[in-house]
Design a protein. Structure first.
Length: 141
């Protein structure tokens, strides 16, 4: 079996930095959306005398929902970019996408992904290792 192609550590770290920011933003955006939905449907949804307040939450929901959808799409694109750079299997991509669907899970998913990226950068060959190899050997001679 041939050796795996080396990773580009600089590209991987850059991609992960973008993914990390997207994970945090997506987590916050999803929490805000959940709070809006609770306010709209649970707190003010059933009371007829609060129709103006309920209508306000309906308007807030109609504005924030598409914004959150856009944030999630950016999150998925950045997860896909990291997935490509790391050359992971399809189940890992599905897991990265899943992290952005359940409130608070994106924060834990970001930490878990950080551990996987660091572990694989230590274990797997990188272009930077190959570049240092001949130079380090020539310097010692």
């Amino acid at each position: 079996m041939p050796a795996p192609r080396p990773l580009d550590e600089v590209q991987v770290r850059t991609s992960f930095a973008r993914f990390r920011v997207a994970s945090i933003v997506e987590g916050i955006a999803l929490l805000v959306l959940v709070c809006i939905m609770v306010m709209r449907y649970v707190v003010f949804g059933g009371d007829a005398w609060l129709t103006s307040t309920s209508h306000t939450w309906e308007q807030i929901s109609s504005v924030w929902s598409p914004i959150h959808g856009l944030i999630y799409m950016v999150y998925v694109i950045l997860a896909f970019d990291l997935w490509l750079k790391m050359r992971w299997g399809l189940p890992r991509m599905l897991l990265l996408m899943f992290f952005g669907v359940i409130p608070v899970l994106s924060f834990f998913g970001e930490r878990w992904t950080h551990g996987r990226v660091e572990d694989e950068l230590r274990r797997r060959p990188t272009l930077q290792d190959e570049a240092e190899g001949p130079a380090a050997g020539a310097a010692g001679a």
